[in-house]
Design a protein around this ligand. Structure first.
Ligand SMILES: [Cu+2]
Length: 130
């Protein structure tokens, strides 16, 4: 009788431990599915290292919420004007090498942009937000 009670108690404790573990796992899983993927920051250079009038890279694919860090590199002045998106555009010309600004993209889509002084020379870019 005592042995049967002990066995029963042992099974109860095992079951409780298992459900506690399961509960902890469920909490972890639900947290990880709720938390968004960490947003990234990627760099786009204005004027290539090789001295071309271009954005480098000229086409870039990012995820929603990511930020592009635009850095004035070579052959200044440059800016970045986004087609139909004044809020993403940086109209002011950057003259000093190393001058920079950030733009965060919260909406999926395809964004064409260009450098005003050098658009005619082919300094155009595209940001694809997935
Ligand atoms: Cu330019």
């Amino acid at each position: 009788m005592v042995q049967a009670l002990q066995a029963c108690a042992a099974r109860l404790i095992q079951a409780m431990a298992a459900s506690a573990l399961l509960g902890a796992l469920l909490v972890l899983v639900s947290f990880s599915s709720v938390l968004p993927a960490e947003a990234a920051t990627v760099e786009v250079k204005l004027g290539t290292d090789g001295g071309m009038l271009a954005f480098e890279p000229s086409v870039i694919t990012i995820s929603k919420g990511d930020t592009i860090h635009f850095v004035n590199n070579k052959l200044a002045p440059h800016n970045a004007v986004f087609d139909g998106h004044e809020e993403l555009s940086h109209i002011d010309l950057a003259f000093a090498p190393g001058e920079s600004w950030d733009e965060t993209f919260d909406q999926a889509g395809s964004y064409d942009y260009w450098c005003e002084p050098h658009r005619g020379a082919g300094m155009v870019g595209k940001v694809i937000v997935e």
